[in-house]
Design a protein around this ligand. Structure first.
Ligand SMILES: Nc1ncnc2c1ncn2[C@@H]1O[C@H](COP(=O)(O)OP(=O)(O)OP(=O)(O)O)[C@@H](O)[C@H]1O
Ligand SMILES: [Mg+2]
Length: 363
């Protein structure tokens, strides 16, 4: 099977040749780990082979994204960057103004009103649904214009996307539908995700077909960088943590190298791995349900209740309540399995009573 190069030979080697095409993957790691650089390197590798690349940026405005990788000498002229950056300045200003609330005078109050309003509008613009619409439009417009599809897509970052959209259960369902939408585009997609809390498994980690995780630790006054493949559906892969570095040619991975598991935060990885194993079984069930949810969507069956059940299971995993998570996941699995079987055997079902509400509408 053809593989898609990440643009980093050492990483391709860890992946058994590269990524399996037309699927979404997560690139995770702490800030400054090299996620954005890898994402750009992946796009640049595609452009060099004539594969159209599309980047959605929420973390930095497009000019900064490009400026940050000038040193690597990649030709990004043909890269399309969609700017989905929210007005972060307004958010920050708003917060600091609130912090000093007691010392504000009337003149400042006027300003606060203005800033609030503008930041609210901006925050609404950066809904998951909005970004999805923007992506869809660009994707199909290009296809019409040039009869060529975007082969590689990057979303930097999905963490920001969630932060600037709704929280809670709805945002998990939105991410489910966003990932489904990405799969349908049949482009190889990298979703950049910061693991804000290593103990929490965010929705995108369940739904992606693989995860490339960057690690960063301080050893004395030297920054140690490492990378690992956390999962890769449908392929063998190197499950060791390997040393990586950022040089003048971008991210570089030593696929044979050994990371000294001494001192620093890398040593703490063991605990994290253990936690993940515990959640793994539930994850497998959730993934099987999500696959059936995809089938159900294709068959135009109403499965909102199943999606909610899965969201609850994910929430339980995030709370590290694996028993409850498993119960919810197994229940959802049996319900949807039965529903699908009925639909496949019996005569075509009548259309669902009402179309599921459009994404973005609270249920
Ligand atoms: N030319 C270069 N040579 C070596 N290191 C570099 C070079 N350019 C950037 N870096 C390093 O790359 C890191 C930034 O990488 P990147 O922007 O990809 O991080 P990130 O994971 O996307 O972080 P964030 O989550 O904050 O966006 C910094 O640590 C910086 O020191
Ligand atoms: Mg970044």
């Amino acid at each position: 099977m053809d593989r898609v190069s990440t643009g980093v030979p050492g990483l391709d080697a860890m992946l058994g040749g590269g990524l399996i095409p037309a699927r979404p993957y997560v690139v995770s790691g702490p800030t400054g780990a090299g996620k954005t650089i890898l994402a750009m390197q992946f796009l640049a590798a595609g452009l060099a082979k004539g594969e159209a690349g599309l980047m959605v940026t929420l973390d930095e405005p497009p000019n900064e994204v490009k400026a940050n990788v000038v040193a690597f000498g990649w030709n990004l002229d043909r890269l399309k960057i969609l700017d989905a950056t929210p007005d972060i300045k307004a958010h920050k200003r708003q917060r600091s103004v609130i912090d000093v609330g007691t010392t504000m005078d009337v003149r400042d109050m006027d300003q606060v009103g203005e800033i609030r309003q503008s930041s609210q509008i901006r925050a609404m613009e950066v809904s998951i649904h909005g970004v999805q619409k923007m992506l869809k439009q660009e994707f199909f417009q290009r296809q019409e214009r040039t009869r060529e599809k975007y082969k590689r897509i990057v979303v930097d970052s999905i963490t920001a996307l969630k932060m600037f959209s709704m929280g809670g259960e709805d945002s998990r369902i939105m991410i489910q539908s966003f990932m489904r939408f990405l799969s349908e585009l049949e482009a190889t997609t990298l979703l950049v995700s910061e693991r804000l809390n290593p103990k929490i498994l965010e929705t995108e980690f369940f739904l992606c077909r693989g995860e490339i995780r960057f690690h960063k630790s301080l050893d004395g006054n030297v920054i140690r960088r490492a990378v690992s493949i956390e999962k890769f559906r449908g392929s063998r892969f190197d499950d060791r943590v390997r040393p990586m570095s950022i040089t003048n040619s971008g991210v570089s991975v030593d696929a044979q190298g050994v990371v000294a598991m001494t001192g620093g935060r890398l040593a703490a990885l063991g605990q994290e791995y253990l936690e993940q194993r515990m959640g793994e079984e539930v994850t497998t069930v959730i993934e099987s349900v999500l696959k059936m949810v995809e089938d159900a969507h294709r068959m135009r069956m109403a499965v909102t209740d199943i999606e909610h059940a899965i969201s609850r299971a994910m929430l339980q995993i995030q709370r590290r309540n694996y028993q409850k998570a498993m119960k919810a996941a197994l229940h959802a699995q049996s319900v949807i399995r039965e529903r699908l079987e009925k639909a496949r055997q019996g005569p075509p079902p009548p259309p669902p009573p009402a179309a599921p509400p459009p994404p973005g509408v609270r249920r």
